[in-house]
Design a protein around this ligand. Sequence first.
Ligand code: F6R
Length: 236
Amino acid sequence: MKNYDEASRAAANIISAQIILKPNCVLGLATGSSPLGIYRQLVEWHKKGDLDFSEVKTINLDEYCGLSPESNDSYRYYMNHNLFSQININLVNTHVPNGMEKDAVKACNNYDEIIESYGGTDLQLLGIGKDGHIGFNEPSDSFSKGTHKVALLDSTINANKRFFEKIEDVPRSAYTMGIKHIMQAKKLLLVVSGTEKAEILKKALYGSIKPSVPASVLQYHNDLTVIGDNEALALL
Ligand code: F6R
């Protein structure tokens, strides 16, 4: 795709098609800068009367530990602000891990129960970190399974500091959906933009499959769509 806007529109088309085909579908959603253009497009189509979210369910990938839904920096706030408050979704049907739950086992088990009660996601939207993370599954020695608590790597803290006033405000840990549930999505949609993602995207899609590049596991999925702008796709 020529640029971010074109890529966002193409990705929004896929999500829109999913909702039209299955009005009560379960969408796996992501935060960060990559999906913002998609959400803007979905809101626009909804406002025109072309897209109905009344039966849609959503499960987000991750949430920072210690941030409340009211905090501007929490992913729950991001989702409410950028999408949910502007469409006709029932908030009860939207799920983000509970960052305020101090008991990690409880928070993670609850989230896995939600994911499993829906039978997983029909379509999971993903971005990719410069170190190859998906959700907050950071490079490690093994692929994670269910929802778990992660200590964020310095590279991720640095990458995300642009969303915060100062780097000290970036939480050091997060709850994230695990690789198992990401891979159990019926369809995966990876959106990527910018030169800074070109190298990791090539590694993830064509390099060896290993937990030190978490996104490389996506090569095992049989319904993965990758949408990017020319800059991100330059090395493919
Ligand atoms: C966010 C998430 C992360 C981001 C990744 C890329 O919910 O799960 O994996 O997708 O950090 O972030 P951006 O899009 O800001 O470059």
